[in-house]
Design a protein around this ligand. Structure first.
Ligand SMILES: NC(=O)c1ccc[n+]([C@@H]2O[C@H](COP(=O)([O-])OP(=O)(O)OC[C@H]3O[C@@H](n4cnc5c(N)ncnc54)[C@H](O)[C@@H]3O)[C@@H](O)[C@H]2O)c1
Length: 369
């Protein structure tokens, strides 16, 4: 692809920084990261990228998607846009629904309007969530000692009715519907991915979001976790590298994928319950992961397993990395970075309010908005 100018909103984050690294390593694309650095720890991801990238190919804007002018300036030269910037935690959305709304829905409208007004119709991929399907009370469940299962087996496909639950579910669900409609109403080439749990290196997981990393880091740090509910809740886990393969497959098949919505996740072959993950972490690390239990939190799904058959059929994409390999990669990253990121090992509640140890002071980051 010639003259690829890739803009990543939320580009310092877990998925965004991995995507930037992939693009810089394997393509000739110019990469522009736009992020307000509000997620604790993500400055380290920027430092990591800036250390190895050709400065001619990497641009960083410290900016907020709630600022329509900054968003419009960033969109001006982009040929491809990945909109990953978000308030990502259901818990925080319940505490502060207006902030969640402003960032997730308002910020997405700013991106869409900037794209519409730019006139050159850049490709836009939006990362939505399985939370748009709500509790899925239409799926009878079976309970075993360590996990829930769907009575009919299988997973959740795009035909599952939408049922936004929690302010986060509403803001992401509303945003994805706007993105979908801008494809219809204004002919903007968009793709929406409804993603379940993604894990891998560079994830600053904590109790509010990124639970697989949070459990693993807590085991290594000897800090107990809280399990909300009976621990039999099930998720499928997708390795971040496999998600990036999906991004590439979607771009490659743009003729088919534009205007579409896909469920993407690790699928039935990569599921775990919370209790099973505790056991697996203890086996692989030899560390005990202690936990306390609390009642289930609002907006939590008892089970979510992705049926990614549609994406697989249309792009030939499928997850290649097992849950064990994903855990090994997360542990490896933690092992190599724990001295640099001591605070990342601790759950959010245990991190001191003041942040220390960032090796790029904010004022030294390039500001190009
Ligand atoms: N990681 C997952 O398991 C998962 C699952 C489903 C959906 N998603 C979605 O994928 C996207 C990326 O998730 P992630 O795991 O990389 O999260 P992340 O928190 O690591 O990355 C999000 C980035 O957005 C930035 N950001 C937040 N508010 C912003 C604002 N107002 N303006 C500009 N930047 C802002 C943060 O600083 C952060 O770097 C999010 O939209 C999230 O909702 C993630």
């Amino acid at each position: 692809m010639k003259d690829r100018n890739v803009l990543i909103f939320g580009g310092a984050g877990f998925i965004g920084s991995n995507w930037a690294e992939r693009l810089l390593a394997t393509s000739a694309a110019k990469v522009h990261l736009f992020d307000d650095l509000s997620r604790r720890g993500v400055r380290h991801n920027l430092e990591w990228l800036q250390r190895s990238a050709d400065p001619q190919r990497l641009q960083v804007t410290v900016g907020d998607v709630r600022d329509p002018n900054a968003v419009a300036r960033a969109v001006r030269n982009a040929s491809e846009i990945y909109h990953l910037a978000a308030q990502t935690a259901v818990t925080r959305s319940l505490d502060d629904p207006r902030h969640d709304f402003d960032v997730n829905l308002g910020g997405t409208l700013n991106v869409l309007e900037a794209v519409r007004e730019a006139g050159h119709r850049p490709f836009l991929l939006f990362t939505s969530t399985n939370k748009v399907y709500g509790e899925m009370g239409n799926r009878p469940l079976v309970v075993t000692r360590e996990r829930y299962r769907y009575a009919d087996g299988g997973g959740v496909s795009e035909t599952q009715p939408l049922d936004f639950h929690s302010p986060y579910g509403c803001s992401k669900g509303g945003a994805e519907q706007y993105v979908h409609d801008y494809a219809r109403s204004y002919g903007i080439p968009t793709v929406i991915l409804r993603m379940s749990c993604v894990a891998g290196p560079r994830q600053f997981g904590n109790e509010d979001q990124g639970w697989v990393a949070h459990f693993l880091y807590s085991a290594m740090a000897g800090v107990p976790v809280t399990i909300y509910g009976d621990g039999r809740q099930v998720r499928d886990v997708l390795y971040v590298g496999d998600l990036l393969n999906a991004f590439e497959a979607i771009v490659e098949k743009r003729g088919l994928t534009e205007g579409q919505i896909y469920n993407v996740g690790g699928g039935a072959e990569n599921t775990t319950s919370l209790l099973e993950l505790v056991g697996q972490i203890e086996n692989m690390t030899g560390r005990r992961l202690r936990y306390a239990t609390q009642p289930m939190r609002p907006g939590d799904q008892v089970i979510y397993v992705t049926d990614h058959a549609r994406l697989t059929r249309e792009t030939r994409w499928h997850p290649e990395t097992s849950l064990r390999e994903t855990l090994d990669a997360v542990l490896d990253w933690w092992t190599r970075h724990r001295s640099l990121l001591p605070q990342a090992a601790l759950p959010q509640t245990r991190v001191a309010a003041k942040e220390t140890g960032f090796s790029i002071p904010l004022q030294e980051l390039p500001r190009t908005a």
